[in-house]
Ligand binder design. Structure first.
Ligand code: SAH
Length: 414
């Protein structure tokens, strides 16, 4: 087995279990390592830290899977991790009691780098972004089929993996049969239609489950905007909770079509309207036409894909939140989100404070949420924390200053 030797003073995070070895930390490779191979990771004194997957095409040259003492990185170890992932959802979180859509395997969060498995009704949807993990798909799929008895296991192509990891997998049916149309997913008593084959990612955003549940009761007797609604994840439970009207806005017609069909099945057609639009433009129109809402949910797509995009992404988050605040009634509530891993909690909070300031509203935080627990964070990989959810009750202070900087001035003494 090839040995990857770290530079002096670079080994500390890996002894503590951080799984990502960037190429800059590596001094040399002893022996032949092909991309996707299992390699030994050693510190500069030659001590074995653990075993991981090698990929020279990736920014993350080694993904450490097993520390010394945890056993060899082989099919048996990965299957054990898969069993643990399944019992977390079934026995610890007891998710099957409240939903038929959840993340069964969350990559590094379950000690299985690059492997995502979502249960969407009777189907399992796989996304793979680690070349080495791909070599173990046969036993992993067999175990998934045996333990979960799905109607099908399908793989969805991951564009990022193809671009950044040199993956060549293009997706397809790994077991059983693929669904031929939309599937029903149920969560805390609400049922939506989604499409695991054609829809976004794996078809359903189970990471918002707990936030959706928290937000729904706020809608009773209120006029709601579900901005970036996808298939109506927030909007439908809000209508069912008694909103006077829910407006779902998304740029995807197929997503809105599914939302419309779910609303009709739930008997909510009268209370829900669907607008295909760019949310930012729609919010501008609302401001011009003096159209406003009591409750707004803002759940934009990932604006920051890589570290270098943080500034540009924060500007977009700022712009969307400013526009949402503008059309929120006095005393209204904004639930705002970011699923960008590179945007820290503090950067997100500062952005919102600045957005509130620049439209002259006082924002009172009433909710802080994150990703649902079937998207666990395996310490010490802080990078696994990606979803930020915040709720604010706002009061208009009447001073629409508009010119406040995006980043507020800190008043802490250095
Ligand atoms: N709130 C949803 C998930 C939203 S995912 C849920 O709970 O399931 C983000 C959505 O934003 C996607 O459906 C995508 O189609 C949509 N989108 C991306 N850019 C957009 C834009 N500029 N205007 C409107 N919708 C957009």
């Amino acid at each position: 087995m090839a040995k990857v030797i770290l530079k002096p003073r670079k080994a500390r995070p890996f002894w503590f279990g951080h799984p990502w070895v960037f190429s800059g930390a590596i001094d040399r490779v002893r022996g032949q390592a092909a991309d996707g191979d299992v390699v030994d990771l050693l510190d500069d004194a030659g001590r074995l830290i653990g075993e991981g997957f090698w990929n020279s095409q990736s920014q993350i040259a080694v993904r450490v899977v097993a520390l010394k003492g945890e056993g060899k990185l082989d099919a048996a170890l990965l299957l054990k991790r898969l069993d643990l992932a399944i019992t977390l959802r079934e026995d610890v979180l007891r998710l099957p009691e409240v939903t038929n859509a959840y993340r069964l395997v969350h990559s590094e969060g379950d000690g299985l780098p690059g492997l995502i498995v979502d249960r969407v009704g009777s189907v399992l949807v796989v996304q793979l972004s680690c070349l080495g993990m791909g070599q173990f798909m046969e036993p992993l799929v067999a175990r998934l089929a045996e333990r979960m008895a799905p109607s099908g296991i399908v793989e969805r192509e991951s564009r990022t993996a193809i671009d950044e990891e040199g993956m060549t997998r293009t997706g397809g049916v790994l077991f059983g049969t693929a669904p031929t149309g939309p599937m029903e997913v149920t969560e805390h008593g609400v049922t939506w239609l989604c499409d695991p084959m054609e829809g976004q990612k794996t078809g359903w955003y189970s990471d918002q489950r707990e936030n959706r549940r928290f937000v729904a009761p706020f809608a009773r007797g209120r006029e709601v905007l579900d901005a970036f609604s996808y298939v109506g994840g927030f909007g439908l439970p809000m209508a069912l909770a008694g909103a006077t009207q829910v407006t779902c806005v998304d740029s995807s017609e197929p997503a809105l079509d599914l939302a419309r069909r779910s609303a009709s099945k739930a008997g909510m057609t009268e209370r829900m309207v669907f607008e295909k639009a760019n949310v930012l433009r729609m919010l501008d129109h609302c401001a011009q036409e003096k159209r406003s809402f009591d409750v707004i949910v803002l759940d934009p797509p990932k604006f920051v894909h890589r570290r270098a995009d943080i500034e540009r992404g924060l500007t977009l988050y700022h712009e969307s939140n400013v526009k949402a605040f503008r059309v929120l009634r006095d005393g209204g509530v904004l639930f705002t989100h970011s699923c960008s891993q590179h945007v820290s909690d503090s950067a997100f909070d500062e952005m919102i404070a600045a957005a509130a300031k620049s439209v002259g509203v006082r924002a009172q935080e009433i909710y802080r949420g994150s990703q649902a627990p079937d998207h666990p964070v395996m310490l010490p990989l802080e990078e696994g924390r990606y979803l930020k959810s915040r709720g604010f009750r706002i009061q208009r202070s009447g001073m629409d200053i508009e010119i406040a900087p995006r980043i507020p001035q800190s008043n802490t003494e250095e």
